[in-house]
Write a protein that binds this ligand. Structure first.
Ligand code: PLP
Length: 354
């Protein structure tokens, strides 16, 4: 049986969190002389002189309805990156406990583990970018506290097989983090509806991709109430600013606007893929369930430079394991995609140019 107490670092269990002024009195009406704020207002036209709600209840209520979870199963962070860091800090003692990573995948898991001086065990994905289940199961030991599964995965763009994720949820002793940053592009495949089935599941999502709010920095983690309570204990008290809370709370009602953009991007992705495949220098395009394509070309480094010379910036992933000669290309607007194709067409391999 999963027991969160056995997964947490001992001092986290007994930690007394910072009690903010707004923790001690939760009403919204009154004369607030408790937080050393400026009573006169702000230097800006709009007033931001009051500290934000530390637990973002108004926003979470709306989000809970959309994602069909309890408000207490939601954590909001300053980007998903905050949740990644808190999960590592909550569970892994430096130089002792282990995080399992499945490269090629999102770079922040490794960076965050490194910052925290936490050991990483890497079990590469299979050549078709799926979980190498036998080797993942072999890598699990008493020190395994976290495993990060990114689905759809970055930079490979594909969903991981749900059956494999379920097997890991059943066998992994620690927390299983399913990073669904791109799930709005493949919404039927979310694990959010499995929270009540698996007490060790943490699902991360973000407003940075499909919702078009990367600049606001707002990430979500969905998990059991028990896990969310720990994340809340560790986070900085006012981690989501007032502007972000208000703006997203107001906009979240317009899920349709997001869905429309997603439909547009998915349609443009198909067009882009078709046009890329007609280029002789494109060797392969991997299956994509996200808003980007992983494209294998004849010479990724040279192509990257050729595009840069025309101020078209893609991501060179050719140094990443299993991604030799691969570029990660985000689907742009129709006009941007068109310019990309035109520029790629004028590419001459360095040897041909001689
Ligand atoms: C973009 C991305 C995120 C989002 O991070 P934010 O900090 O919320 O912007 C998370 N995970 C993956 C795999 C991503 O590609």
């Amino acid at each position: 049986m999963f027991d969160l107490k056995k997964i947490l670092r001992p001092h986290i269990l007994t930690l007394t969190p910072y009690a903010s002024a707004r923790d001690e009195y939760e009403g919204t009406e009154g004369i607030f002389l408790d937080a050393n704020e400026n009573p006169l207002g702000s230097i800006t036209p709009e007033a931001y002189n009051r500290y934000p709600d530390p637990y973002q209840w108004a926003l979470k209520k709306k989000l809970a309805a959309i994602r069909k979870v309890d408000v207490k199963q939601i954590f909001l962070g300053n980007g998903s990156d905050e949740a990644i860091d808190l999960l590592i800090r909550a569970t892994c003692s430096p130089q002792s406990d282990e995080v399992i990573l499945l490269p090629p995948t999102y770079g922040m898991y490794e960076v965050s583990a490194s910052i925290n001086d936490v050991r990483m065990v890497k079990v590469p994905l299979t050549p078709d970018f799926q979980i190498d289940l036998p080797n993942v199961l072999k890598a699990i030991n008493a020190k395994s506290k976290l495993i990060f599964l990114c689905s759809p995965n970055n930079p490979t763009a594909n969903l991981l097989k749900a059956e494999d994720i379920v097997i890991i949820l059943q066998h992994f002793p620690g927390l299983v983090v399913v990073d669904e940053a791109y799930i709005d592009f493949a919404p039927d495949h979310t694990f959010v509806n499995k929270l009540n089935e698996f007490p060790n599941l943490v699902v991360m999502q973000t407003f940075s991709k499909a919702w078009g709010l990367a600049g606001l920095r707002l990430g979500m983690a969905f998990a059991s109430e028990e896990i969310i309570r720990i994340l809340n204990k560790l986070k900085s008290p006012y981690n989501i600013n007032t502007l972000t809370q208000e703006l997203v709370e107001r906009s979240i009602a317009t899920v349709e606007a997001k869905d429309q953009m997603v439909a547009q991007i998915l349609q443009d992705k198909q067009l882009l893929k078709k046009e890329l495949l007609q280029l002789p220098i494109v060797q392969h395009i991997y299956p994509s369930d996200a808003n980007f394509l992983l494209v294998k070309v004849t010479d990724a480094r040279a192509m990257y430079q050729h595009l840069i010379d025309d101020k078209i910036i893609v991501r060179d992933r050719s140094k990443v394991i299993l991604c030799e000669n691969c570029l990660r290309i985000t689907v742009g607007t129709a006009a941007e995609n068109h310019k990309l194709i035109q520029r790629m067409r004028t590419f001459k391999a360095p040897t041909e140019a001689l």
